[in-house]
Structure formats: C-alpha cells, structure tokens
Write a protein that binds this ligand. Sequence first.
Ligand SMILES: [Zn+2]
Length: 256
Amino acid sequence: MPGPVHFDSAIGAEFLRYARLVAARGYIHNTLGNMAVRAPHPDHAHGVAYTKHAGVSLEEMGVENIVVTEIPTSRLLYGSRVTSIGHNLNREILRLRPDINAVIHVHDDASIAFFGAGYREVRVLSLDMPFILGKAPYYVAAHVDVEADVGPVKDFIQDTNLVVLVGHGLTSLGRTLSEAYHRLNSFTAEVRRNIEAEKLSAITGQAPAYRSRAEIETMHRHADAIINPTRAENVMQDMPGTTAPGAANSRHNDNE
Ligand SMILES: [Zn+2]
C-alpha cells in the first residue's frame, strides 16, 4: 500500500486563497461548503485530493485544516481528521472527470431561494454564463442525495461543469480552482440576474429577453475559443452558421 504523501505547500496556499475568496463572496455560513483539488501522484492513478477536513468552515480555516485523501476512497494520505460527507461527491467527480482538477461546493443563498420558489432552471440573459460554463448546468432533484450515494453521478457528470443540487447547493468543476471559481460566480450571478429580471418583468409586464437554446448551444461550442483565445479576432468565425456574440445581442436591442 502506498505511504503518506508529501504536503505541497504551494497547493495549500492556493487552496487557502480560494477558501478566502469563496468566503468573501458570502457563499459560506458554516462548516458545510468545501473544495477539492487534484494533485498528480506516481502511486495514485487518479492523483490525490487536497480538501478541508470536517468541523471547520472554509471561512475560518487555516492551512493546518487541509488534509489529503485518495480519490477513489476517502482514505487519508496526509493529516488525521476525517473529511465530511460532501467530499464523497467531490472525489467521485474527480474520479470520473480526468479533465477536471478542482471542485467547489457551496450553499448559495440566491440559488436556494430561486429554486425553492419553484423555478426549474436558470435562463440565460448574459453572454458570460454559457461562455464561462461551457456546458449546460445539470439539475439534481431535491430528493436525490448524491453526497450520500454517488451512484447517479456517472450518468450526468460528463455533460456538465456545474451541478445544481436543488434545495441544497451548487458544485462547480474546473480544470483549475480559478476556473471552478469563475464558473461558480458566473452561475450565481445569472441566478441573481434571473431574479431581478423576473421581478422587473412583473412591473413592466414584458417577459425577460432570455436567450434561445440555439444561441446558448453556439456559445457552448465556442466557449474555449472565447475564454482561452489563441487569436485576438474572429474567434467565433471558424464554424459556418454560428452567430457572433454581438449579433446575438442585437436581438434584444430590436425589442426596445
Ligand atoms: Zn452541501
């Protein structure tokens, strides 16, 4: 059996930096909410996972609260305090998505309120949510607990970069912690925009100008070219029949 792992202080410092950023945005109210970061390791095919142990919040934690576990199991490789049940889902995502190296899970107020009020999905008003997420959010019904039983995760996790646990919280996926953080922020921003647009629409009597499925799919296809450009111009013009973001936007101006 492989032995304990060396603790990489650079990963620890990055973990702590994002714990502070996530807390500063008001996502953290208690010990629930966590992150997991994969580091490659020669003895572990899936790498190892840096995470916060149970019983301390992301807001209050220090570098001494970071532990390292295996990815297929919750076995501790560094540190002695157990992880929370939420780490089961984070590990399963890292196991099933080798392209993903970081997961952030929080209980976002606006999202819990929005879905609690009966809205079934976040509609798209902006450019940034489809470009930053790259894939459609996936909604897990409130009665399904994918932290206690990760079995259903394999059926949907390849097709999304943000999981909505209705009545519970959000889990965002990224190639880096930064990418997972941006995806989380972009989703919660869109939830708040939906709430504002729905409230204003109730005053004006006009329906919000939500983007069409075709526009959203075009943006998903070009997400990487926009967010990680390899050239400065014409990044969306290499596919016939696609719409540039400015052109997509003009539809809404026509309505005014
Ligand atoms: Zn949770």
